[in-house]
Design a protein around this ligand. Structure first.
Ligand SMILES: C[S@@+](CC[C@H](N)C(=O)[O-])C[C@H]1O[C@@H](n2cnc3c(N)ncnc32)[C@H](O)[C@@H]1O
Length: 310
């Protein structure tokens, strides 16, 4: 896949919060298709752009290099977990930044790539001419860690149920875990996204009120566990105050309540922050019609105070 199909969410609202200025330095911890980074650079800002997904990073680097072909090129790329953004800054000899952005979760490009196992709609045709990996993978960074298939093959029934309950808030977590373990005991372990989706749909009654696919919460839970998404977010939130200039802004877009709660609590509780969004900013009807992925996006912003409040 050479072009990104990902449409950035809440782009105008992110720019309003970050208010990018020429020559100032921003970290985009979740580069993805580069929509937000591109807009920051069009304001003359410089960006340190991180992504755990090497293929997304390479593809977006190519796209942005062709867009900003004049000198000096405003972006430094790093294949890294954003929880290590401070290390990326140190390698570039940058002590403080003017703004920090996270647009959490996965991109439409990753969802569309059936080989990654993120989508319950498909086991998918490979979108890159690569050897077929039929595995239920779900890692953002395919060079490290354990895949979702490996987790389901090795965790105990209780551990699987806990993951699905904690990270997916799925009421039927125990039943799903039981069926997963029964399948593996029969010698038919869950290897693909389709197998998992079908198993979950057999365990979770379809709700008349809520039209989302019953497999949604289980897929979300596994992805969060595989990538330790909440751990990365918590770690970045803890490091941020030391790395932002006073008056610098952090803007974070989350897509489910577990993430949003971490962001809200960090911005509210820390004596370093002044929240600049009283309530999370959500997408307009018009944006949701254009980009349904924006439906569950919540954007929060906070400004680094010059002196810690006692
Ligand atoms: C929603 S997309 C970002 C889209 C981007 N803002 C745009 O406009 O195209 C999220 C991206 O963050 C990456 N990602 C998720 N967790 C990460 C982490 N802990 N560190 C670095 N990148 C991460 C994913 O690989 C994905 O490419």
């Amino acid at each position: 896949m050479s072009e990104s199909v990902h449409v950035p969410v809440l782009l105008r609202e992110v720019l309003e919060l970050l208010n990018p200025q020429a020559k100032r330095v921003y970290v985009d911890g979740t580069l993805g298709g580069g929509g937000h980074t591109e807009a920051l650079c069009k304001s003359g800002a410089r960006v340190i752009a991180l992504d755990r997904d090497a293929s997304a990073l390479n593809r977006t680097e190519q796209r942005l290099r062709s867009l900003f072909s004049g000198e000096p090129f405003p972006i430094r790329f790093a294949h890294a977990n954003y929880r290590f953004f401070a290390e990326a800054m140190e390698m570039l000899h940058i002590e403080k930044i003017d703004g920090f952005l996270l647009d959490l979760g996965l991109s439409s490009d990753q969802l569309a790539d059936g080989q990654r196992g993120f989508s319950f709609d498909c086991d998918g045709e490979p979108v890159r001419p690569e050897p077929v990996r039929p595995e239920l993978d779900m890692r953002f960074d395919t060079s490290e860690g354990h895949t979702a298939r490996e987790l389901l093959a090795t965790l105990s029934e209780t551990e699987i149920a806990n993951v699905i309950y904690q990270f997916g808030e799925e009421r039927h977590s125990r039943r799903i875990a039981r069926k997963i373990v029964e399948a593996r005991e029969r010698g038919e372990p869950i290897n693909t996204a389709r197998q998992l989706a079908e198993l979950v749909r057999r365990c979770v009654p379809k709700s008349r009120k809520n039209p989302i696919d019953p497999a949604t919460r289980t897929f979300q839970a596994l992805r969060i566990a595989v990538n330790d998404e909440l751990g990365a977010l918590q770690s970045a939130l803890e490091q941020l105050p030391q790395r932002l200039v006073s008056g610098g802004v952090a803007a974070i877009i989350s897509f489910h309540s577990l993430e949003d709660r971490l962001v809200k609590n960090a911005f509210r509780d820390s004596r370093y922050w002044k929240p600049i969004t009283a309530k999370p900013i959500t997408a307009s009807e018009e944006e949701i019609a254009r980009n349904p992925r924006a439906r569950s996006a919540k954007l929060r912003g906070a400004m680094r105070l010059s002196e810690p409040q006692s």
